[in-house]
Write a protein that binds this ligand. Structure first.
Ligand code: ADP
Ligand code: MG
Length: 399
């Protein structure tokens, strides 16, 4: 079911109105407290600009980090407001050190058309994560309409993502939210075929539901990461000191049987005594993993065959790195997938990257702009692909 978006709102619903926008400004800060990666702030700019250009007054809400329902200076959004001001040249961007206060209310009423105010971290408030009705009511008074552009937190039913949207109407999706939903829903509902999914990362346990949900939809599901080792174990192979989840081996066996030829495991592995021993890395076939070594990346043969599969696909969905990409040379498999996907995009395929670490790997490789879509929501994209409803999306007005 499609959700209303800011594009569906007539001009008079925006001009002079206070748009309360939940954004995902949960960005990393460096040791000096400055924003070290502004990807998520930049991702919200189209929605903010769209509203400002139509004469709306923008009130921004976000969380940052995991403060324990009380003010913690190191999680203040103040540095974010400085970066935001740089990204909105010529606009008035102010910051208010509170959220559910009279001061915050007053600031929203003093805004003029085309001005922005960012309020303090919603997770400083005790009622945020408990989705408290009283807090939702207070937040609802901060705007005349509600916009959710925080896809990354849409899987949480919090006061600023769900409770407030029950009370403040219209409650619509922002442009980033819409883009996320369009790409992910498109891949699930009507993927151009062949549809290839690549799943990796550290743990099979967190991704079993995604594997189950994708198997009936994809033409091939390529597995990498430590996850592959649990499958190897299920096949009776030696996995050495690789990260294996012993309690998931039986389940992995079932999946292999159920999936048949759709589930593809790497034929070779890059092994080493440890991730610090990159110099000792070597490629072995999966039958030859030494007992005293760990698989830390897919091998070159697998990287090549996965790349070929990606290049023959029309829809490619990737979640989870192929190896310990943080420690070169174990970034090669991940890099190969990113390169192949970038090429596939150039050939007209729809390519989607979901998952925090995979997205970081793609950014690191400088290939983010070469993908059709890089999701800003790790956990949220995973839950969406599992087929779960996201409370922050569910509560928005229907088209
Ligand atoms: P995403 O955030 O993209 O969903 P995950 O969080 O599931 O990905 O997994 C990312 C982590 O998996 C990375 O920190 C990476 O080092 C780790 N990883 C990948 N392959 C291996 C491996 N073979 N052994 C141990 N860790 C691995
Ligand atoms: Mg991760």
């Amino acid at each position: 079911m499609a959700k209303l978006t800011i594009r569906d709102l007539p001009a008079d619903k925006l001009r002079g109105q206070r748009a309360l926008v939940r954004v995902d400004f949960n960005v990393p800060l460096d040791e000096h407290g400055a924003v070290s990666d502004d990807t998520r702030i930049r991702a919200a700019i189209p929605t903010i600009e769209y509203l400002l250009n139509r004469g709306a007054r923008v009130v921004l809400l976000s969380h940052l980090g995991r403060p324990k329902a009380k003010a913690e200076p190191k999680y203040s959004l103040e540095p974010v407001s400085r970066r935001l001001a740089e990204l909105l040249p010529g606009r008035s961007v102010t910051f208010v050190e509170s959220t559910d206060s009279d001061e915050a209310q007053k600031a929203t009423h003093e805004l003029k058309d085309g001005e922005v105010v960012l309020l303090e971290n919603t997770r400083f408030l005790p009622g945020e994560e408990t989705n408290d009705v009283g807090l939702s009511r207070t937040l609802a008074e901060l705007g005349d309409l509600y916009v959710n552009d925080a896809f990354g937190t849409a899987h949480r039913a919090h006061a600023s993502t769900e409770g407030v949207a029950r009370l403040l109407k219209p409650a619509v999706a922002g442009l980033l939210m819409q883009k996320e939903l369009d790409y992910l829903q498109g891949a699930l509902d009507e993927p151009k075929k062949p549809f290839v999914a690549i799943l990796g990362g550290s743990k099979i346990s967190g991704k079993i539901d995604v594997i189950e949900a994708l198997l009936p939809k994809v033409d091939a599901l390529l597995v990498g990461g430590a996850m592959a080792c649990t499958f190897y174990k299920a096949m009776g192979l030696e996995t050495g000191t690789s990260l294996v989840e012993p309690d998931r081996v039986a389940m992995a066996k079932e999946l292999i049987e159920k999936a048949g030829s759709i589930l593809i495991l790497p034929h070779d592995a890059m092994v080493a005594p440890s991730r610090e021993d990159g110099g000792k890395a070597r490629a072995v076939s999966r039958e030859n993993i030494p007992a005293d070594m760990a698989m830390l990346d897919i091998g070159p043969r697998s990287a090549e065959s996965y790349s070929r599969a990606i290049l023959s696909a029309q829809t490619v969905l990737w979640n989870g790195p192929m190896g310990v990409f943080e420690s070169p040379p174990f970034d090669k498999g991940t890099r190969a997938i990113a390169d192949a996907m970038a090429q596939a995009t150039g050939k007209g395929a729809t390519t989607i990257v979901g998952g925090g670490d995979s997205a970081a790997a793609v950014e690191q490789a400088g290939l983010a702009s070469k993908m059709s879509h890089v999701s800003t929501g790790g956990g949220a994209s995973l839950e969406f692909l599992e087929g779960k409803t996201l409370p922050g999306v569910d509560i928005l007005d229907e088209r």
